[in-house]
Every structure is written in C-alpha cells, then in structure tokens.
Design a protein around this ligand. Sequence first.
Ligand code: PGA
Length: 215
Amino acid sequence: MKSIFIVANWKSNKTVAEAEIWLESFKPPVTDRTVIICAPFTLLHLLHERKSGFELGAQDVSPFGEGAFTGAINARQLKELVSWVLIGHSERRKYFGETDETLAQKVTQAKAAGLRVLYCVQDEKTPIPGGVEAVAYEPVWAIGTGKTDTPPNANGVITAIKKTSNVPIVLYGGSVSGGNIASFVSQPSIDGVLVGGGSLDPDIFVQILANAAAS
Ligand code: PGA
C-alpha cells in the first residue's frame, strides 16, 4: 500500500494561545498516514516542544543564508525546529512577488541545511527545482473556494508531474475536506493532500485524517 501524506497549512493564522487550544483538542486517530503541520514561524517552538502524532514544517524560508538580511528566517534556524519546509505556495507568488528564480534559491538554501522540501505548483507546467522531496499540485482557483479539481483530473496532472519531474511524492491541494478526501487519496497517483482551511479546526482536521485512514 502506498504511504499517504496529510499536510496542514495554517497560513497566517493562530496566536500562541490559540495554537495551545488546538493542540489540546487534537486527538488524532491511530493511523499510518504521515501528518505534517506547516505552521507560522511564531508557533514553531511551541509545536516543536509539543509535537505528538505529527511532523513539523515551516511555510517559508529565506532565499539567503545567515547574515544581514533583516526580518528573514534562514534554513539553518529552521532546521532546529522543523524537518519540512513549504516553498512556492501560490500565495507567496501572488502577494509577495516570489518568482521561479527566488523559489529555486530557497530550495537551494533548504537543501543545504538538510530540510525536506514540499514544493507547490499550479499545474504541470510550473518548473520544479531539483532536489525537492515532494510536490503539491494546487490549482489556484481551488484554494479556499470550496471548489476542487475533479479527482480523475488531479490524478492526471499528478501523473504528468511525476513523469516529467521524477519527484516520487505528489499531493493534491485545494478545498480538501472530510467529505472529499477519500476521493483524492484513493486515486492511484495521488500520495496525499495539502489542507488549508480544513486544518484550522482540530475536530475538522481529525475528521479529514479519519476519512483518509479509512480509504
Ligand atoms: P484550502 O488551502 O484547503 O483552504 O483550499 C489549501 C492551500 O492553499 O494549501
């Protein structure tokens, strides 16, 4: 049986106090699924200390190394707290003007520090830098809209991504919920999902995990 990855992307949500409440209510079902929580920088220390039943990821990393780069969090700093980093989310491209070139620099920094990279693409044409461990296919129109790609179409795009990139793990993202997760992870090429809104409430996220485990 293939391994399935369920990745939570909390985006720019939650204070420390709110993350503590989430952790207290999070009762994950017993599952062989890999769960990764990608949290804001300000919550990584807390989640690192209280990590149980999930791996930890950051949502971004500096394209530079250590030094005079005010406000930037570099890959070596992250490596103390997380094993994964999300790079290239379409919101980073849209709101922060990140280009393929900047994103490739981020991947280089992450790899040099020994982080595993989950790289987001919008379709099968988005260039993927070498060395990434996993890719998430996320059509922009499906993010936070309640509209998903159809599972067979997502499976087709993911098959094409695997063929051209040689990346072995490719996930689907965009309005994944407890009601639709099984239809995605049961597709032969889809190795899991990236969940935004559905990961913010612990009970809803547990339902997603439970339904993924059952499928
Ligand atoms: P969504 O976000 O699940 O809220 O659509 C997914 C993502 O942007 O990673």
